[in-house]
Design a binder for this molecule. Structure first.
Ligand SMILES: Nc1ncnc2c1ncn2[C@@H]1O[C@H](COP(=O)(O)OP(=O)(O)OP(=O)(O)O)[C@@H](O)[C@H]1O
Ligand SMILES: [Mg+2]
Length: 265
């Protein structure tokens, strides 16, 4: 089966992106095309550079070389001010997506609206309530984060990242720390947001079940390069030992060696 958006135009592109932090490059000449409306899943061992890829997409990190194109415009050399416009159009669910502890759910989810829109208090509240309702947590609007379960916090964080109705959604490990049932709920929420809001999505995950539930396109990142990219079927039918061991959840000796000890802990 082919991607439903095989012929859609690209919304996000990496052209030969290289990024390091003083040592050997973490990303070494990555090319990537994300098509409008598609869901792209990035897989790879811990420390492979998955989170770095997402941060490059919204200008939280800058590449050492290469170009990043968002909706036809090169953004890798944008000023912080111009990046504000990009970040308004791209929702980001961070890997360690902490809510602001001292703010209520309402204040947390309203935060991007205060930053990026002219909506007044009543309009912000209405938009927040509508977004929380979409995720089934509107009854939590006046709670503090400490009064929520892990799964509820994830939903509220998701609400915050979609409250501006972004054209693009980036999810970094959306199911980490959740039990399998809650993980499945997150997979369904991602699918639901896609139906309701139809964003282009990029999902970084270790959760293979999630990956194959939501992906049009999958790429496996390893040792700074894209090891394999294609529709999920290409992965499922692959007999390549690296791909198989990754999908079957068995780390190879090389992967263990590659993994960042800090990140893997
Ligand atoms: N700001 C930074 N400064 C220095 N090194 C960094 C920085 N961000 C990431 N790195 C390094 O880049 C490499 C890739 O990190 P990244 O967070 O992208 O890994 P990952 O694939 O997301 O791993 P995980 O699955 O554990 O989240 C790691 O070796 C990490 O230590
Ligand atoms: Mg990461």
């Amino acid at each position: 089966m082919q991607s439903s958006h095989e012929h859609a135009d690209p919304i996000l592109e990496f052209r030969h992106i290289t990024k390091g932090f003083g040592g050997p490059p973490v990303l070494d000449g990555i090319d990537l095309t994300v098509r409008r409306g598609d869901t792209t899943v990035i897989l790879g061992p811990s420390g492979a550079g998955k989170s770095v890829m997402l941060k490059l997409m919204i200008g939280l990190l800058r590449p050492d070389a290469g170009e990043i194109i968002f909706d036809g415009t090169r953004i890798d050399q944008h000023s912080e001010r111009d990046l504000g416009d990009v970040r308004r159009r791209i929702g980001f669910l961070f890997q360690h997506g902490a809510l602001f502890d001292s703010m209520t759910v309402l204040e947390n989810v309203a935060f991007p609206l205060r930053e990026h829109t002219d909506l007044d208090t009543a309009a912000r509240r209405a938009r927040v309530r509508e977004t929380l309702a979409l995720l089934g947590v509107d009854d939590l609007i006046d709670r503090l984060p400490a009064e929520l379960s892990g799964g509820q916090q994830k939903r509220v964080a998701l609400a915050r990242s979609v409250v501006l109705r972004p054209e693009c959604m980036l999810y970094d490990e959306p199911t980490t720390g959740l039990d399998p049932i809650r993980s499945d709920v997150v997979a369904r929420l991602i699918a639901m947001l896609r139906r309701e809001l139809n964003p282009t999505s990029v999902v970084v995950t270790h959760d293979i079940a999630l990956a194959f539930k939501v992906a049009d396109h999958v790429l496996l990142l390893r040792r700074g390069s894209i090891y394999l990219a294609g529709p999920p079927e290409v992965f499922e039918s692959s007999q390549d030992p690296v791909v198989r061991s990754f999908l079957d959840g068995r780390a190879t000796v090389d992967d263990l060696h590659d993994a960042d000890p800090g990140a893997a802990a």
